[in-house]
Design a protein around this ligand. Sequence first.
Ligand code: NAD
Length: 387
Amino acid sequence: MKIGVISETLQGERRVALVPDAVAKLATSGFEVVVEAGAGEQADFTDDAYREAGVAVEADRRALLSTSDVVLSVQPLRLEDVERLRVGAATISFLQPATQYAVVEALAAQGITAFSLELLPRISRAQSMDALSSQASLAGYKAVLMAANRLGKFFPMLTTAAGTIPPARVLVLGAGVAGLQAIATARRLGAVVEAYDVRSAVKEEVKSLGASFLEFELETQEGQGGYAREQSEEFLTKQRELLTERVAAADVVITTAAIPGRRAPLLVTAPMVKGMRRGSVIVDLAAETGGNCEVTRPGQVVEVDGAWVDGTTNVPSTMALHASQLYARNVTNLLRHLASAGELKLDFEDEITRSCCVTHAGQVVNERARQLMRAAAAPQPTKGEAH
Ligand code: NAD
């Protein structure tokens, strides 16, 4: 079976779907791997490094697309790439069905079997394939470094000959995979950390990392599969009221709150930003899905009322080497699951296969993907409507 790894074309995307190490592992499992020339360059993997791992490097993208049995990428394929795939081929990526409606339809029409890594079930059997988690973890770590870099203060408490410096105060909103990694990183740098999540189930994890968990008199919002459920506007208004004082007390706020397939909940309003001390920093990891902060501008760092608001998008890509390495391991594990005997054998009774296969044999076969596509098409509140 021939696996094709293409260069990413989305602006700012530095990751590559397979790294030489992972390629070598696939080759020993009977897969033939071909990489597009330059695919790993932005993540510091040269074509020579792939060649040394026994992989062919192909300069012609069209040829690679039209001869591969499985095409691997990080971002969804472009429509023009889909057209070049051969009928019956497969693709694995972050397909983003909620926003890539046209690509999903084209994949189905072309008879491609497409797998979406976002749709992997959050079960222990699938943990080694969980690219959402591996990438969120990188983002949580990097968000803290981005904040520390901008903050004109030390993170740790320091006792110096010139006097004592108090530790920075970090508030993490959303304690999922990214939030927990942000908490751990901020703690390692010596900050005093508090965190809040609508799922009270994370309280013990937060505390075990040495942070305090903010408890408000609000009902827990546990949804399905370990995610939060969508919250009412009334709930969010109350939450913002309760958070106002904690946001004002923080030097750094890292926001990571998300609801799968929906716009990110608004947690920090413009007046709350105004209430922060000059020089405080907000890093909004939800910038891509609408932002947790009202004044976030996706892809930009802006100064608003004396506070810095960092809306950098695709944060994992800023750590492209390790991001690619972890992604490659996730994809390799999924591939070996789907093609254990060196050939794709789809068992739709299997929860992993069923959950992440979006298109197959000319159809969109995934109800969750359809729901995400419908939810994205439905009108959603804009930031301005939230208050
Ligand atoms: P996510 O990116 O969808 O959301 C991030 C966090 O935001 C979540 O913890 C969510 O509860 C929180 N959130 C949503 N609305 C909020 C609000 N208004 N205020 C504050 N916080 C809010 O989630 P994720 O990080 O991808 O995963 C969530 C959980 O899934 C994990 O913490 C874990 O328990 C579970 N998980 C399980 C597995 C597994 O078993 N294989 C793998 C990964 C994650």
